[in-house]
Design a protein around this ligand. Structure first.
Ligand code: NZQ
Ligand code: ZN
Length: 388
């Protein structure tokens, strides 16, 4: 393991069919006023909202509603939430939904007592929180982002054509998260597979870096194999509890900082995907699937050994008598075939992007330097061009 690091994850998880009982155990730890945050209405249609409200009432809480959080939440909506949280004197923000709702809750949490321009402070200057935060709890209904056990908050600014993630510190992680795999059963298939690919991408972003022998990479390979196995089952049989519960648990471990330990991390697929999201508002996981294979083929020459290891350990490619480069490409071939098979979006056109957007997409992409190759603007353009 290279480098020095600390590891601490303060989020308490309640997992399984009975997980919601954990909410009743957690609520007494917080004051009376709860800002109840949710999305566009799925939680009302599938009954999760009613179950949560019943527990809040049984615990004697005053409920202040903040619904209508959109996928890819906007800075305007965050400002609206801050005003609601202030008016409610919220003691707890309870996010009931997917990554968008959880990310939004964190953005509101760090902004309630902040006097500065929150977009500039957190999403342009990437400054730490310098004020009190309102605690956040999550009831997760969509699997993929890992937002239930990390400090990430990704917010979109349509006026500036930017979608930016700030990874906050441990004080902003959800205090608790409720993970009942059955709560994800009503997800449309498109969302389910998008989440599955988001998980895969999170693991790969941390895997494709470094050349040392690192325990984190072995953990990553195990998570990937479990994910592929369970995804194949869930795509055929979406109500398979075993598969859906494994996917849910894998999502959490894919992005709760564990497998990043001792790694530099890549994250360029997410930077490319977030630029696509800023211009099209497309579903997050699909923005990643559309650019991944072109990106990985582009950087493969700079990390051949790792791509070959990935091919063998994750995709079962037989390396006998082949060059490392051939093995590496076979791995990506199998990945591409699998992505098509489960129904992922494989090109930008399907997300509403056009070649006229190329300049804008290139400009909106942040450049990270932890992977096998640091891209410049021309490289980014080449990857986007190959993604149409
Ligand atoms: O809004 P509602 O009506 O609830 O519908 C949602 C939404 O339309 C629906 N949905 C959620 N749970 C459902 C359901 N429909 C039926 N049954 C259920 N049980 O699914 C749609 C998508 O929800 P959303 O929360 O947007 O999806 P996801 O969890 O993928 O979150 C995406 C956001 O998270 C950010 C993304 O950029 C994006 O903004 N990310 C956050 C990260 C983090 N915090 O660490 C990392 C990720 O890389 C990602 O960037
Ligand atoms: Zn993601």
């Amino acid at each position: 393991m290279n480098g020095n690091f600390t590891y601490c994850n303060p989020t308490k998880l309640y997992f399984g069919r009975d997980a919601l009982a954990g909410l009743g155990k957690e609520l007494p730890k917080y004051g009376k006023n709860v800002l109840l945050v949710y999305g566009g209405g799925s939680v009302k249609r599938n009954g999760i909202y009613d179950k949560v409200v019943a527990i809040l009432k049984a615990c004697g809480k005053e409920i202040y509603e903040d619904g209508g959080v959109m996928p890819n939440p906007t800075i305007e909506k965050v400002k609206e939430g801050v005003a609601r949280a202030r008016a409610a004197k919220a003691d707890l923000i309870l996010a009931v939904g997917g990554g968008s709702v959880c990310d939004y809750a964190k953005a509101v949490s760090v902004s309630v007592f902040c006097e500065e321009d929150i977009w500039e402070k957190y999403f342009v200057r990437f400054e730490d929180v310098s004020c009190a935060v309102v605690p956040v709890g999550c009831v997760l209904t969509m699997v993929g982002t890992g937002s239930e056990m990390n400090g990430g908050s990704v917010i979109t600014n349509h006026a500036q054509k930017l979608k930016i993630g700030h990874v906050f510190g441990e004080n902003v992680y959800p205090k608790f998260s409720i993970l009942n795999p059955e709560f994800t059963f009503t997800l449309p298939k498109y969302q389910m597979i998008s989440g599955i690919y988001d998980i895969m991408s999170h693991i790969l972003e941390q895997y494709f870096s470094g050349t040392d022998d690192n325990t984190s990479d072995y953990l990553a390979e195990g998570l990937l194999r479990s994910l592929i196995h369970s995804a194949d089952i869930a795509v055929e049989d979406p109500l398979n509890y075993e598969a859906r519960s494994n996917i849910m648990w894998t999502a959490t471990w894919a992005l709760n900082t564990l497998i990043a330990k001792g790694k530099t991390e890549d994250w360029m697929v997410h930077m490319l995907g977030q630029a696509v999201g800023a211009h099209t508002d497309a579903t997050h996981g699909m923005t990643l699937s559309a650019v991944s294979i072109p990106y990985y083929r582009y950087i493969l020459p700079y990390g051949v050994a790792k791509f070959a290891r990935y091919a063998v350990n994750v995709w079962g490619v037989d390396p006998a008598g082949k060059s490392a480069e051939t093995v590496a490409h076979e791995g990506l071939d199998r990945m591409q075939e699998w992505m098509r098979k489960i129904g992922l979006v494989m090109d930008l056109t399907a997300l509403g992007a056009t070649r006229e957007m190329l300049d804008g997409l290139v400009d909106s992409t942040l450049i990270m330097d932890g992977g096998y190759k640091v891209l410049d603007r021309q490289d980014i353009r080449a990857v986007f061009e190959a993604s149409f």
